[in-house]
Design a protein around this ligand. Sequence first.
Ligand code: S3P
Length: 423
Amino acid sequence: MDVEVKKKNSLKGVISVPGDKSISHRAVMIGSIAEGLTEVENFLVAKDTLSTVECMRKLGVDIKLEGNRVKVYGKGLYLSKSSEVLDVGNSGTTIRLLMGILAGQEFETILTGDDSIKRRPMGRVIVPLTLMGAKIEAREGNFAPVKIRGGKLRGIEYKMPIASAQVKSSIMLASLYAEGMTVIEEPALSRNHTELMLQTFGARIEIDGKKIFCYPGSKLKGQKIIVPGDISSAAYFIVAANLLPNSEVVIKDVNVNPTRTGIIDVLKDMGGNVELINERYVNNEKIADIVVKSSKLKGIEIGGDLIPKLIDEIPVIAVAAVFAEGTTVIKNAEELKIKESNRIKSMTSELGKMGAKIFETEDGMIIEGTGFLRGAEVESYNDHRVAMSLWIAGLLAEGRTIIKKGECVDVSYPDFYKTFDML
Ligand code: S3P
């Protein structure tokens, strides 16, 4: 489906964004392997998280969904064999985290997904899970479909070669089935929702800097989880309200876990007017309302340990950089090449079509702040975050912009276009 967007003059209003995608996936998965009932409020109802619900149901878990409330009747650590192949759709979080749980199950499961999933590397979880004792086969040893047979596992000490929340979460979930302690070390801190949620459910997980100690023998107990708004969805409104003149937007109840707020740190460094109010904690997670006003931005350099804290927001940061004064350099972001699409290529080519001076580098991009875009016909590459970022570009561009396959926003934010039109 083609989606059309025209220039907007300003953005004003108070909104909420849907529940956090990472936390929604985890609430259903961890609830499934906990004992007793887990009730989830403000669950993200979108394609990716529904893929997780469907996979857990196929593994014998009773899950009831009513609007954005979910009841998960946990089965304890051990699930039932699925008679069907599990289809994770477009969801990298579903396949990688689920492999951690399946590594502890004494049966065989086959996992597959869409064309994008079949191109994304699974070796990064296959290596540690195999060291723990799981038997895993994959196409070329690295790609879905993946066949996994689990069983009794052993704890490992694992130094991760890349900062990845999906990889560390997969190992942490497998550690629940292991004899002995599991110690994971990350090169830089990625989002820590699994650590926080496992602790909420009663697991013994200790953190020391970039090291995580998972003690054996933890039992999980069902919980009530209230999912906060997703900062990755809020990011589009945050950038748009900064860039459009005379704008003021309040985004209520957003998760501002410090491992996720890189977008706010960067916009502030660029001179953006972004403020957190009403800060509080729910289920170990920090929450706040975000107030954003129009501001004049300047280009900066973004890289290093900050990258995992804003990895999903880089496409929309690229749009902000076009309207910032001076040059923005994004580096150490090679992980972007293996997301739902190659996001370095997707953004440089499509913003390029709109007249941006944006260049691809080995590990990121360089953007010259020319302050101007013109409407064009652009491709989403079936990547939700590319589609939403190009929509923001379209709001700022002269003339009209057509986004091809714009419906892919269903993966994380089905009401995205509607919410923008309402403002
Ligand atoms: C996610 C972790 C990130 C992120 C993805 C969701 C998660 O991926 O890009 O959208 O829920 O754990 P990596 O951990 O692979 O960097």
